[in-house]
Design a protein around this ligand. Structure first.
Ligand SMILES: [Zn+2]
Length: 340
């Protein structure tokens, strides 16, 4: 059985692993159909000194699949059904899990494809409580973008930033997997969306997605453009995930009382901020990581209602390494999906 395995930093290989046994009573057996790539895969590929993991490691943090068989207690699932899987091994019993706040689990045993073996393998057993049915009309390829990309954005914009119809939002890196999803979700509820991109080809695509203004951050200072676009008022919400390069500019884009929500720091993890600006302007800075199972179901419902994830490319398992390098160099617009 094929699996895509990280054997050393920057060394991925297709290996042969043993097929799983029949599923335990609380498990389902899943044939993986599609794995979507995320920046966490780039971090994992590069190697991270602080991540507790052992190599070799099967990669893949976000995936969809088809039920092969269900354990005797996993009666919600039937063979042939399309599903997606939650990307972290939460405990299911702590107060956060019981409250449905899965990404605040107090006893999480690891992130799939990062700390523990991931989804990039042909067949696997998985706890049924962490499996979410895919509604009719959503393809395996699109569904693979729900467990991290779409649900992270759903959680950031609606649970955390409390984005309201008619508000103005700045979405950073509008060509990224989560950036494209953020543009789609904010436009759907009638927000005005500004976005930043790194080249003119991406600018055209972001406009086609519905962005009201697109700023090439390589040729213009985005904070100046945003202040001009809002007549110095600033935006209600900034959707951050770039980090060091943009964070202070992002704060300057906010109106008084505005909200900055962040889920990433691809350009670097540290910055300094002006505390007087923070309290005088009454900013709210909200960290966001992952999503709940409910957010994944909400994302799949949006897909079923017609919101299609932007797919950059579909690649076979053998080409993942070059796809990760392309992601690392930011030469993508939307999601890269690995098909099995
Ligand atoms: Zn828990």
């Amino acid at each position: 059985m094929r699996a895509l395995t990280l054997v050393a930093d920057r060394e991925l290989t297709v290996t042969d692993i043993a097929a799983p046994p029949p599923p335990a009573p609380d498990e389902v057996q899943i044939r993986v159909k599609a794995v979507a790539l995320n920046h966490i895969d780039v971090w994992g590929y590069r190697g991270m000194a602080f991540a507790k993991r052992k190599l070799p490691l099967v990669v893949g943090a976000e995936a969809s699949g088809e039920i092969v068989s269900a354990g005797e207690h996993a009666t919600r699932f039937k063979p042939g059904q399309f599903v997606v899987m939650y990307g972290a091994l939460t405990c299911g019993t702590c107060p956060a899990c019981v409250a449905g706040r899965d990404n605040l689990c107090e006893n999480v045993a690891g992130v799939l494809g990062f700390h523990v073996d991931g989804f990039a393998r042909e067949v696997m057993n998985f706890p049924a409580r962490l499996v979410i049915p895919v509604p009719d009309g959503v393809t395996a390829r699109d569904a693979a973008c729900a467990p991290i990309a779409f649900s992270t954005v759903q959680h950031m914009l609606f649970d955390n930033a409390r984005l309201q119809p008619g508000e103005t939002v700045l979405v950073h890196a509008g060509g990224s997997g989560i950036g494209t999803a953020a543009i789609l979700m904010a436009k759907q509820i009638g927000c005005t969306v500004f976005t930043t991109v790194g080249d003119d080809a991406k600018a055209e695509k972001a406009t086609a997605l519905g962005a009201d203004a697109v700023i090439n951050y390589r040729t213009e200072r985005f904070e100046h453009v945003v202040r001009k676009l809002t007549r110095k008022k600033g935006v209600d919400v900034v959707f951050e995930h770039v980090g060091a390069d943009t964070f202070n500019g992002s704060l300057l884009c906010l109106k008084r009382g505005g909200r900055l929500v962040t889920c990433g720091s691809t350009s670097g993890p540290t910055t300094t901020i002006n505390l007087m600006q923070l309290f005088q302007q009454q900013y709210r800075i909200i960290g966001s990581f992952g999503a709940s199972m409910r957010n994944i179901a909400e994302s799949l419902d949006k897909m079923a209602a017609g919101m299609k994830p932007v797919i950059d490319t579909e690649v076979p398992i053998a080409n993942v390494e070059s796809a990760l390098k392309r992601m690392e160099s930011r030469q993508v617009f939307g999601k890269i999906v690995v098909t099995f």
